[in-house]
Design a protein around this ligand. Sequence first.
Ligand code: ADP
Ligand code: MG
Length: 609
Amino acid sequence: MIRDILLTEKKPVTDSSRKAGKRLMAQTWTHKKPVIVGIVCSVIATALYSSTPLFIKLIIDAIENRDLKRSGLIAALIVIVFAVRWLIAYLNSYMITLGGVRLVEDLRNMAYRKIQSMSFGFFEKRQAGELMSRIQNDTTVVQMFVTSGISEMVRVPIGVIAALSIVIYLSATLTILSLLLLPLIAVVITLGGKRMKKHSLLLQEKVADFNASIYETIGLAHVVKMFSMEEHEMRKYAKENRDTVNATMRQVKVRASYSPMVEFLGAACLAIMLYIGAYFIVHNIHDPITGKLLTLGSVMALFVGLQQIFTQINHVNSLNLTLQHAFAAAERIYEVIDMPVDIEEKPDAVDMPEIRGDISFENVCFHYKPGEPVLRGVNLKIEPGSVVAIVGPSGSGKSTIAKLLPRFYDVVEGRIAIEGVDIRDAKIASYRKHIGIVPQETLLFRDTIKNNIAYGRMGATDEEIIEAATAAYAHDFIMEMPDGYDTMVGERGVTLSGGQRQRVAIARAILMDPKILILDEATSSVDNVSEVYIQRALEKLMKTRTTIVIAHRLSTIRNADSIAVLEAGRIVEIGRHDELYEAGGAYRRLYDLTLAASGAAGGEISPEA
Ligand SMILES: Nc1ncnc2c1ncn2[C@@H]1O[C@H](COP(=O)(O)OP(=O)(O)O)[C@@H](O)[C@H]1O
Ligand SMILES: [Mg+2]
C-alpha cells in the first residue's frame, strides 16, 4: 500500500498520462494572458540570445579591418541588446511563473474541494491525509512544468532554429559538413534517454521498496522488540540500504556517460568545422553554396552558433523527463478531481422543516459491499423527544444504523425520514447540523481544547464553552492542564485519556445543542471513574432531545423509552426493558450473556433488575 503510493510518484508515460498532459495544457490555457506574454517574451529573449554569433562575426571582422570605431559601435550594441534582453527575460520568468502558480492554485482548490465533498464512506476506506499530501507534491511538480517546462519547450526549438538560421547564413557548406555527425548524436541522445529512464525507474522502485519496508518495521517496532529481532532487522536494513546505493550508482553511470559523450561528439563536429574553415580561409576559397568569402569572424561565429545548437539538443532528455514527471503528476491530480461523488445533494433539495426529532426507518436495507447485506429491512419509528436504545451482538449493524441517519451512507433500499421528509430529498446541511454524534472513539484536532469544543458551534463565546465543558464534567480536568482551555492537544500537545476525550466530545455535543443525538457506545473505551461522569453528562444531554443510544450499559438501556434488539441486520424485538426481559426472547438471551455482566462490571446494576 505504502509502496504503491511511493511508486506512483514516478511511472513511465502511458496513454492516460499523455491524456492528462493534454488536459493540463488545456487548463494552463485558462491563464492564457500571463502564459502567452511569458511565451512571447521567451521567444524574443531566446532570439536575442541566439544573436551572439552575429556580434562575434561583426566584431572580429571589424578588428581584422583595424576599424576601432566600428568595433566600439558593435560593443555598444551588444550592451543595448542584452539590456533589452534583461527586461524581457524578467517578464518571461515573471509571467510564466504567474501562470504556473495560478494553475497550481486552481488544481489544489479543485482537489481539496473534491476531497471535502467526498462521503464518510470514502474517508473510512482511504487515508485521505496521505492523498492530500500527495496532491501538494504533485501540484509542485506540475508548477515546475509550467515555470520551467513550458519555457524550455519554447526555448529549445526556437533556440535551435535561430542558431541554425544564423550558421547557415554564415556558411551553409560548413554547417552541413559539421552537422554530418548529427545523426550519430541523435542516436546517442535517444539511446541515452531510454537507458536513463529505465535506470531512474529501477532506482525509484528500489527506493519505494526501501521506504515501505522502513515504515513497516518501524511501525512494528514493538513486535521486533518482543522477539529480540533487532539484529535481524538491522541486517535487513543494511542490505536494502546497500541495494539502494548500488541502484543509484548504476543510474549515475548511465547519466554520467551519455551527456559528456554528446558533448564529445559536438566537439568533434566543431573540430571538423574549424579545420575546414581554416582551410577555406588559408586558400581563400569561397563558400561553394552561397559563394561568400569566409572570414575569421564567420568561423568564430559558426563555432559559437554550433555550440549553442549542441547545448540545446543535449537538453532534450532532461526536458523530456520534466514533461513525463509533470504528466504523471497531472494524471494523479485529475484522478482525484474526477472522483465521482457518491453522496450528492439533489439539485432541488428542500430545507428540512423545523426539526422536532421525529425519525422513521422504513424497510431500510443496506450493504457496504454488494452481496453482503448488513441491514435487512429495518423498521424503526422514533417519537420526538424519546430515547431509543439499540442493542445487539457485535457486528449486527448497530453502528451502521447510526451512520445512515446523518446520511454518511445512502440506504440501498427503503427510506429514512426525518419529520416525514426523506433525507435524500433534503439539503444535507439543513438536518445534519441538528444531529449530534458522540462516537465510540473521539478524535481531536491539533488545536487548543477550547477550539476543539467550539467545533460543535463556531462562534460560541468563552462563557458558553466553559458552561458546556462544566456540564460535560470536563471543566475540572481542563483547569488542571498547563494552559487551561488554551492547552494544545494532539500530537504536539498534551495527550488526553480516552475518558477525557469523550468528555470533550460531549461538551462539543452540548454546545451544538442538537435536536437529535446519537451515542454510539460512547463509554465503551473508558475507565470506570470516567464512565460514571460521562454517564451523568450523557443523561443530562439526553433529556431534552431525541436520542438514539447504542449501548452496552444496562442503566442506559433500562431507562430508554424503547429498546430495539438487532440481530444480523434485523430488528427482532422492540419494547421496554421489563417487557422484553419477561418475554424471554432474544433480549433476555443477550441480557444474560453480556449486558448483565457489563452492568455488573460497571458496578451500578443490581442483579434483580
Ligand atoms: N466501512 C465498512 N466497510 C465494510 N464493511 C463494514 C464497514 N463498517 C462495518 N462493516 C461491516 O458491517 C457489519 C455491521 O457493522 P457495524 O454496524 O459496525 O456493527 P455493530 O456496530 O453492531 O458492531 C459488520 O459485519 C462489519 O464488518
Ligand atoms: Mg459498533
